[in-house]
Design a protein around this ligand. Structure first.
Ligand SMILES: Nc1nc2c(c(=O)[nH]1)N[C@H]1C(S)=C(S)[C@@H](COP(=O)(O)O)O[C@H]1N2
Ligand SMILES: [Mo]
Length: 548
């Protein structure tokens, strides 16, 4: 009787290339397991790092072990790794986990459930360790373990799905008469390469995640160190605070929408080349002054904190700020005068340039003169009464009034080198920016906002103007082609700080142009000639259009 059973398949290979009991060499299983284990750990650590200082799975497990292990075990760890016991234990935990994961991977080639179950068991250990940790917690532990287990099982499944076959296709004797197989069949070599490519991709992602986790964690640690810093209470600060209060209480400051006298730290513009904000632990940081000096000097963070008795409002501006732009801010900086530190090092004859470098290798330079000509030039540790925010250069940065940031304001400062003007060009100089970077006098209209509609009638016009080192003495405003009118200036915080200005105008219905120009204390009025920011800062009058 004819049978309905399909014709038997003549190869011992299944039609699909999915993992089957017989498929996959041990080495491939081990690799899949290792990668999956790595993924589980990295994802768990990343999830944990977002809640730092709560411990991630590795630390939590290490803590459990260190709290419960016999002494001989801890000693063994120390003798093997020659490191402190905690680090040895962390490394040990990771290595043990990896061995376990590799074994699981080998077993999973036969039965995926073994691998999945093993990773889940792993997760339970992590969960218990985090749950019982003094800094951990059960809810947090559950989330971290769940995402970690999910990541591990997914990666294991993904890789096992692509595992190369253990037995080459040639196990089926080639038939001489059969036509060439029309379906392209992956050769073992191709399969092996594909699998390795998947492993490599997954491993690279694991590396990136682990790096991200480490970065997040060190960020949290540095933020913690920063929040425990106490700046010197200063006598001079009271006078400045009083001046700020007066300025903020003035009619000009009351103009709705005008920039504040002091730019709050979290609103202060941010510019740097760092892809990852440097996380500098002040305990392991110091500032060295070297180069053309009589003696090399080094200062710890505490040295600088103790000596940071100078406080000054300084408007910092980026050379890339276009006319009317917002890459400018006014803060009160607290620090040590650069001249003091340079004098201790003893600048030698001919040392005409102050080069400074950050922990992440960015650098810049300005004339030595700027440190000694009486302007505010600080190694700053404080910004608006707080330790420097991490983004703004914690633990220390340079602030030099009257110079754009790109030639002077090194954040995460590490080193100051006295050199000659000719011998060194800062980071931005070969990239098309001028070697000298004095700040150009500028003024900006904050309100009304450009390209908005206002009610016809009497309307406040206001903004800020700055001419660091010189000070602003006059701001004028022009509406359409009407005569220029002089604005009222806000209270001055000193020559280095921007100054608010305001006036008002009775607008007829229709579109209008408003322009502003400032005059500094030397009598120079801003040039009308518009230039681009490159190479040495934008010039020209800020001009806006509005509709009444
Ligand atoms: N380490 C480092 N410091 C740096 C920079 C940088 O890229 N790296 N950029 C400079 C530039 S161009 C400017 S305008 C100021 C900006 O400082 P802020 O981000 O605190 O506003 O920092 C300066 N200091
Ligand atoms: Mo800048």
């Amino acid at each position: 009787m004819a049978t309905l059973t399909p014709p038997s398949i003549e190869t011992d290979e299944p039609a699909s290339t999915h993992p089957t009991p017989s498929a996959g060499p041990k080495w491939a299983g081990a690799l899949a397991g290792l990668t999956a284990g790595g993924a589980a750990l990295a994802v768990g650590e990343l999830a944990g790092a977002t809640a730092a200082p709560k411990p991630g799975p590795v630390i939590a497990v290490s803590n459990r072990v260190i709290n419960n292990a016999p002494e001989w075990f801890v000693d063994f760890g120390k003798s093997v790794f020659g490191l402190n016991d905690k680090i040895a234990l962390i490394i040990g935990t990771v290595i043990l986990s990896m061995i376990f994961a590799a074994v699981l991977g080998v077993l999973s080639v036969k039965r995926f459930a073994i691998g999945a179950g093993g990773i889940a068991a792993f997760g339970v250990i992590g969960f218990l360790a985090i749950g019982t940790d003094v800094q951990g917690g059960w809810g947090y532990g559950l989330i971290v373990s769940l995402v970690s287990v999910l990541a591990g099982i997914s990666v294991l499944g993904l890789l096992l799905y692509r595992i190369p076959r253990a037995a080459p296709l040639a196990a089926t004797p080639p038939s001489r008469t059969a036509p060439a197989n029309p379906v392209p069949v992956a050769t073992p070599e191709v399969e092996r390469r594909t699998f390795l490519a998947w492993v490599a991709t997954a491993a690279a992602s694991v590396g990136a995640l682990a790096f991200g986790a480490r970065q997040l964690r060190s960020g949290a640690a540095v933020e913690e160190a920063r929040s425990s810093v106490e700046l010197q209470p200063l006598e001079g600060s009271e006078a400045i605070e009083a001046a700020v209060r007066t300025a903020e209480a003035s009619d000009v400051a009351a103009t709705p929408g005008i920039s504040t006298v002091i730019t709050p730290n979290d609103e202060f513009y941010l510019i740097d080349t760092a892809t990852l904000t440097p996380q500098v632990d002040p305990a392991n940081w110091s500032l060295t002054i070297k180069g053309m000096v009589d003696r090399e000097v080094t200062y710890t963070y505490d040295d600088l904190l103790e000596r940071s008795t100078t406080i000054a409002p300084v408007t910092l501006s980026c050379v890339s700020n276009s006319v009317g732009g917002n890459l400018v801010g006014n803060a009160i900086w607290q620090g040590v005068p650069l001249s003091e530190l340079l004098e201790e090092a003893g600048v030698q004859e001919g040392g005409t340039q102050i080069k400074s470098e950050s922990v992440d290798g960015w650098n810049c330079g300005f004339p030595t003169e700027a440190a000694f000509d009486g302007r505010t030039a600080l190694v700053a540790v404080g910004m608006n009464g707080e330790p420097l925010p991490v983004d703004h250069g914690f633990p220390a940065r340079l602030v030099v009034s009257g110079l754009y940031g790109y030639v002077s304001a090194t954040k995460w400062l590490k080193e100051i080198v006295v050199t000659t003007w000719e011998d060194f060009d800062g980071f931005w100089i070969p990239r098309g920016w001028s070697k000298s970077g004095p700040v150009k006098t500028q003024s900006r209209i904050d309100v009304p906002r450009a390209n908005t509609a206002i009610e016809p009638g009497l309307t406040a016009i206001g903004g800020v103007a700055w001419a660091p080192n010189t000070g602003i003495t006059k701001v004028e405003v022009q509406v359409d082609e009407e005569p220029w009118i002089e604005a009222t200036l806000g209270e001055s915080l000193g020559v280095n700080a921007w100054r608010q200005w305001s006036t008002s105008w009775d607008f007829e219905p229709g579109t209008h142009r408003i322009r502003v120009r400032a005059t500094d204390a030397t009598g120079n009025t801003q040039t009308e000639v518009r230039t681009e920011p490159a190479p040495d800062g934008a010039s020209g009058w800020h001009s806006i259009a509005i509709r009444a």
